[in-house]
Design a protein around this ligand. Sequence first.
Ligand code: GCB
Length: 884
Amino acid sequence: MAAAGAYAQQRAVVSINSGWQFHKGDLQGFPAIRDASTQWEQVNLPHTWNTDDVADDSAGYYRGPGWYTKRVYVNSSWHNKAVYISFEGAGQVAEVYVNGRKAGTHIGGYTGFAFPIQQYLSFGDSAVTANDISVWVDNSHNEDIAPLGADFTFYGGIYRDVYLVATDSIHVNMDDRGGPGVVVSTPFVSASKASVVVKGAVTNPGYVPKNISVLTTIVDAAGTLIDRRLTAIQALPGNTSFTHTFETISSPHLWTLDNPYLYRVLTTVIEDGTRVIDQVNQPLGFRWFRFDANDGFYLNGEHTKLIGVNRHQDYKGLGNAVPDVLHVKDMELLKAMGCNFVRIAHYPQDPAVLEACDRLGILASVETPIVNRITESAAFAQNCKNMQTEMIRQNINHPSVIIWAYMNEVLLQPRYEAASAERAAYYDHVYQLAKDLDSLTRLEDSSRYTMIPCHGDFNTYHNVAHLTSVPQLVGWNLYQGWYGGEFADFGKFLDMHHRILPNKPVLVTEFGADADSRLHNFSPERFDKTAEYANRYHQNYLPAIQERDFVAGAFIWNLAEFNSEGRAEATPHINTKGLMTADRIPKDNYYYYQSQLVKYPYVAIGSQYWKNRAGVAVGDSALYCVQPLEIYTNQPEIIVKHNGVTLDTVAAENGVAKVDVPFVNGINEVEAIAPGHHDTTVHSVANINFTLVPADLKSTALPFTELHVSLGDKRYFTDELTGTTWLPERAYKAGAWGYTGGKVFSLGKGSAIPYGTNRNINGTTLDPLYQTQRTGLDYFRADVPDGVYTVTLHFCELLSNKEQETLAYNLGNDKGAKGKEVVPGRQFNVWVNDVQALQGLSNANMLQSLQPFTTTVRLEVYDGKGIVINFLPVKGESILNAVD
Ligand code: GCB
């Protein structure tokens, strides 16, 4: 049996990612492709056609067909082999053609698929032969294909890797819904012994039965043989199945979170007793786990609190076309944060993700993309079932996977009027589909748990529609203190779950708050999108999760910011609940969780990325401004130094040490040190450039240079590109600066946001600056010393003639601002000292809805008059959004 050694002949699995031609849009029939008159763009995979249209300011992105074509040079020795083309995924319907002949169609944007193409290939006499592969991909909306709507962008294109697979004509089944053709299970695992069952099938495409052998080999992480089974089988035309059972693997190395030990299972097909003709290699991890409605979760018998994040396959500038290395990096960032759990939401992701989870020791929940609503059609149900089956078959051998989920917040956008007969029938329909998917899942794989991520409360939606009774685990997406309610309601909700569904293990499948890194508020309010509010949110949630044993685990929403083209935000089209920005710069809560989850001494200064701050000196002759800083640590107290001088020793509460820093003009080095660890690296340094605005603008000790103010705003807004920080507005005081008269613009009672609007302001990236304003003001004054000044005024009409939008993702809290707005037709004049800066500025000229308008005036200030910006209304109220 020498030839059947562990790593003998493998199948050829070769990527064909490079050098594709892409055409956006459809073509007149297949033969037109490769036509020189058609416009082609050279691309490499992974590729999506939506990176530009999601990056621009306008709403919406291309949803339609596109063509890819490529000439591949196929090894002529493959002429008597089985050759497949294997896609890790394409968004969302794909038709594959080889030399003009259709090889197959796949529906669904998030699972892989493979088609046999041997019969369409041509082979010549030379070493390689040219063959043309063309792929039609379409990401159009289709009511029969999930997801129908969701808070993320449905990117189109071949956005994952593509491979050619060549193996013997007799081979391990490749027609397994994109799966490996081999299922490895561990019916029994304990610390002293484990059993393994390997099931699979061998494909014989011919008409004549063939005698072959199948060898299953288990090797440890070092490649040392642990055990093997050999069976002679007669491979009949079509598929012939085999099962190999290993009753006892003694003293298995367990797969744990700290030591995710991986064995491998090699399935080898042997011809003539010695010749290896195909081999498939799958991971094997020995672990056992269980969920308990009272105690939470146990891994290998150990009570384990699952704390993790949700993860989208999205990266700044790349959309969903994320290379493997960045998928892996995300899992490394997650592990480094101290997490032990990931919810791969809302759809199966690149194979690299679960491979990384297996290797790094991260448990995973994976789900199909049935989000917000369903279609009551047989085709929709069938597509959902296909996706569920493909997800399971393709990922079943990963030891990291413990949950198969489906239907995220499926009642968020219910069809039909509330309380109508149609609504009741619709709920029944959803319930039936849930039951079908749940039983399908348990039949495919009884070793994992099923889960539905629900939303709403107990008197509405999921519980009423009986969806909480279907899966083994109930997940709740909870945003108390964000979309509505208060932080304390979060714990109350969980306790209610435990009371009302005492036998149902529970996970918090989502919780999070938006934080635009450019916005700060030291007295944050719900929905102000500042880092500080999000910090409070998470600092309230984590203890509530930790102190409830019955809560098996929780997933933060989301690891990183991601694109959601339909979203109106401080950063339009971006969901900013990520713990990191879209290019993976950690925000405060990444550090906060890290401090609470890692086991080594830890300290990190919060808001390190906020490098250009500004503020007003504390008194007329003072040369500093006090601003708070949070320091995240698992140590009892922290020594804080400021520009080399020890400032204070502060005690940490709930992992947070808060310190007031007297920032001076210019560079401020803040250092946080955990006492007792001076010689180690348990310290954190932040270098902050501070623009100190004098309290008395005519101060000689601190000469005035610049002032930037965001009107109608209580937040600081920083544009790190220019290093400018706009201060929140304040009322004018003699000697200083501020507005007189008017009020803060607000969309009114019931609006989700406390002030301003969250609508997209077109043609600028400084949206937060224009999203707030003061209306009806009389003056803006700054008592600056004499000199030459540049005054820039920023305006934006925030009202439009359309319905106010309700928030799409307010999770059942339907109290968003509603009603028709009317652009007021305002008109006003602006004088800056004795210069008429604007005459008749109105909605009929430069003040167009949601368009920024900026003007700059250069003037000489003399006779100690300071700067007075005078607003003189002709019709309606004057406005001002920001001033520099
Ligand atoms: C949810 C959804 C998720 C959204 C998130 C949010 O409940 O499941 O897709 O992105 O809320 O940020 O609103």
